[in-house]
Design a protein around this ligand. Sequence first.
Ligand SMILES: CC(C)(COP(=O)(O)OP(=O)(O)OC[C@H]1O[C@@H](n2cnc3c(N)ncnc32)[C@H](O)[C@@H]1OP(=O)(O)O)[C@@H](O)C(=O)NCCC(=O)NCCS
Length: 173
Amino acid sequence: MKILTARLKLREWKEADKEPFFELNSDPRVMEFMPKLLSKEESDRLVERIQARFKEDGYSFWAVELIENETLIGLMGLSIPKFDSFFTPCVEIGWRLAYDYWGKGYATEGAKASLNYGFHELGLSEIVSFTVPQNIRSRRVMERIGMHYVGEFNHPLLPKTHPLEKHVLYKIN
Ligand SMILES: CC(C)(COP(=O)(O)OP(=O)(O)OC[C@H]1O[C@@H](n2cnc3c(N)ncnc32)[C@H](O)[C@@H]1OP(=O)(O)O)[C@@H](O)C(=O)NCCC(=O)NCCS
């Protein structure tokens, strides 16, 4: 299963993705709003957890490849959050791109295709997204793809008083 857009291929993960994925997961610019940079082992385990989700749920975050040169530029797509909150169970849309590929509209392009897949192939009626309030670039992607601001919540997997605990929630029906 893969999704093609004008410039991107969203597909399942390969062993060869692990090295370029680690590069972006260890880049402080990309990980500014994440709890920590990932080590190679943590980054590889994330790929393996995503691969397990494809088996369990039938979908998860796809590897994002540039069609023109087959470069792995990040992660994007739909996933079922495994924590409890007032809006779960639900399906989230998310994205993480290598810094060199920001500012080109790739996140918005892939996100629109992911929403289309969620609503028309998976038959979902609602998709959510969340990030920390200060992650303006991510919030702009949410707004560009037509998502609406719902409100704030405290991420249950982060300790109380953690600087990234407060999140903003968006959704689209
Ligand atoms: C969130 C993230 C994916 C957004 O990336 P982005 O490049 O800002 O978003 P897009 O790919 O949609 O690109 C939009 C920008 O490209 C520009 N652009 C250039 N060519 C374009 C095109 N052909 N089509 C659309 N936009 C284009 C837009 O004008 C916009 O520019 P602006 O930032 O100056 O307003 C990126 O910042 C990232 O990976 N962050 C780290 C991970 C992260 O925080 N993820 C979310 C955690 S919840």
